[in-house]
Ligand binder design. Structure first.
Ligand SMILES: [Cu+2]
Length: 316
């Protein structure tokens, strides 16, 4: 989780992203784990959409696609850590417009006010990759104009780079069969709800965003016995200031939380998902204790974790 320290502000500026994968203290990136051998996601049988970048700028993806549920395989042949983010911009807004709005929101002192338009973007998740790596996700592409954005954060220059490619999705969304025997993670204000049993080893997780605000999942390994309160205290010890009314825990936290970032290690993060959107991902966790955390901001700028969007799970 300590990767998040550096990233939290940029995270909300740029819609939540792989900034966790890069801090000065810990340069080794986290990427969505992909199991070796045959992919569990491929076994679901959805059509494959393979997309590739060689330079981290341009993405080899069809300009037009039929609506459907796709198994996206992202080949990152560049030398950069990249997130492939899939989203729909509100009408009349460009990437640059949004980034400018966020930069303005975060330029002052005190809690930022999140621009309303943030909640009008349809975030459809995506996949993170290491340099030269491959990642995969299953998601629904409904009819409309989609942005496939390559996002990179460079901790050395503190620069965020976004390069987007437009994809037009046509036709009608077909009926898709829901896979059986998977773990479902419901995400809403302000909770994670786990249905099914999380087991050690490769397993498909379906992230279902079902609230009004976008959410994401950071899965972080934590010491046995860690409590939700300890994680909220730790989160409150950094990042943009929370409004005391919104977050009594943040306001009341001691200077030195009982839990330290050194005790935690991120094992997975998803790309943000708006309400109504879903991603299927493969996780391969070891037995242990994990925290599910969402850092996306409420309208007053308070990260969801400080409003209670955190859950502790034990994997046997
Ligand atoms: Cu959230």
């Amino acid at each position: 989780m300590r990767r998040v320290i550096h990233g939290i502000v940029i995270l909300v500026i740029l819609f939540g992203s792989s900034v966790f994968g890069a801090t000065a203290q810990d340069a080794s990136p986290v990427a969505s784990p992909v199991s070796e051998g045959p992919s569990l996601l491929a076994e679901l049988g959805y059509p494959t959409l393979e997309v590739t970048t060689t330079d981290g700028v341009t993405l080899d993806v069809p300009a037009e696609l039929e609506a459907g549920r796709y198994h996206i395989i992202f080949n990152n042949q560049s030398e950069m850590e990249l997130d492939l983010e899939v989203y729909q911009l509100p009408e009349g807004f460009t990437n640059d417009d949004l980034i400018a709005l966020f930069e303005e929101a975060f330029s002052g002192e005190g809690p930022p006010e999140i621009p309303d338009v943030f909640y009008d973007v349809v975030f459809n998740g995506g996949v993170s990759t290491l340099p030269g790596g491959t990642g995969e996700v299953v998601l629904d592409l409904t009819p409309g104009e989609w942005t496939f954005n390559l996002y990179n954060y460079d901790p050395e220059t503190d620069e965020n780079v976004n390069n987007s490619t437009a994809v037009t999705v046509t036709g009608e969304m077909p009926d898709v069969e829901a896979p059986a025997d998977i773990v479902e993670i419901g995400m809403g204000e302000m909770y994670f709800e786990v249905s099914g049993e999380i087991v050690a080893g490769p397993q498909i997780w379906q992230l279902v965003s079902e609230g009004q605000q976008p959410h994401h999942l950071i899965l972080s390994s934590v010491p046995e016995g860690t409590t939700v309160e300890q994680i909220m205290e730790l989160a409150a010890s950094f990042g943009p200031p929370a409004s005391p009314e919104a977050s009594p825990v943040a306001a009341a936290s001691p200077a030195a939380p009982a839990l330290s970032f050194d005790d935690t290690e991120d094992v997975f993060y998803s790309i943000p998902l708006s309400g109504g959107q879903t991603n299927f991902v493969v996780l391969d966790v070891e037995p242990g204790t994990y925290a599910m955390i969402c850092f996306l901001p409420a309208p007053d700028g308070t990260p969801h974790v400080m409003l209670g969007m955190v859950e502790v799970v034990v994997v046997d």
